[in-house]
Design a protein around this ligand. Structure first.
Ligand code: PGA
Length: 247
């Protein structure tokens, strides 16, 4: 794993957005894996700024978001789909038919997951995956446990994850859905390039376990050690458990 510690979250986010823009210029039909949560907010802001300056054209890009809350429809303001509309989709020229999302309100979650994986397989998988990490080591919503799943699936959310997501539900944990649909580990590990971002002291332990720890289902992100093309971009607080050279 190639670890870079940036002087600030802002600098890491701007570099990430520029990298994505360069990847799109090089391959206009790029398939992009997109995370939600607090971590990518500045990345999306920077992508919007680059688009407004005419430096990136999303018109031929295909996007797959990583996760959606179970039981929330795409137009529910708490859904990740609504989050993406607010922070990216409304502001750039991604073609609606190239935007892919798990539908948390689908009647049959299992069938919805099969549909999603088939769509992703049909476009050849993710070219560039932007990822966050949970303070418990989850990636997308693959939560720590006895086992992990390759395919997209329904996942019961951990206490830590629900607490982390409370910020999006007026700080009321009881409003955070109990489960989500998520891409499985297979799609993440098959992505051709991964940029994992982590900011803040509450991510430091998970980052250290991911980079230095044993590969274990107790830290799903640790499986990224097996991937040949992962960059881990941190701010100083998230990187404090690792010995790396400063940017
Ligand atoms: P966060 O979540 O960005 O809200 O910290 C990260 C993640 O769960 O991947």
């Amino acid at each position: 794993m190639n670890v870079r510690v940036f002087a600030s979250e802002q600098e890491a986010a701007a570099t990430c957005a520029s990298l994505a823009a360069a990847a799109i210029r090089e391959k206009p039909f790029l398939v992009l894996g997109l995370p939600t949560g607090r971590t990518p907010l500045n990345v999306y802001r920077e992508m919007v700024a680059l688009h407004r300056r005419g430096e990136v054209d999303f018109s031929r890009v295909t996007s797959f978001n990583l996760e959606e809350f179970l039981g929330l429809s795409p137009d529910d303001p708490g859904s990740f789909r609504a989050y993406m509309e607010r922070h990216l989709f409304q502001h750039v020229n991604l073609a609606p038919e190239r935007i892919h999302f798990l539908d948390g309100s689908a009647e049959q979650a299992e069938r919805e997951c099969i549909r999603y994986d088939a769509r992703l397989a049909a476009v050849g998988g993710l070219d560039l995956l932007l990822l966050g990490i949970g303070s418990n080591g989850h990636v997308a919503f693959n939560e720590p446990g006895e086992s992990l799943q390759t395919a997209s699936h329904r996942e019961r959310l951990s206490r830590e994850s629900r607490h982390a997501m409370a910020a999006f539900f007026g700080e009321d944990v009881s409003k955070v859905p109990l489960a989500a649909l998520t891409l499985g580990m297979g799609a993440l590990l098959r992505a051709r390039r991964v940029i994992l971002l982590a900011f803040g002291a509450d991510k430091a332990a998970a980052v250290t376990a991911m980079v230095r720890g044993p590969i274990t289902t107790r830290c799903p992100a640790s499986f990224l050690q097996l991937h040949g093309n992962v960059e881990v971009w941190l701010d100083t607080a998230a990187g404090r458990g690792l010995e790396t050279s400063r940017e």
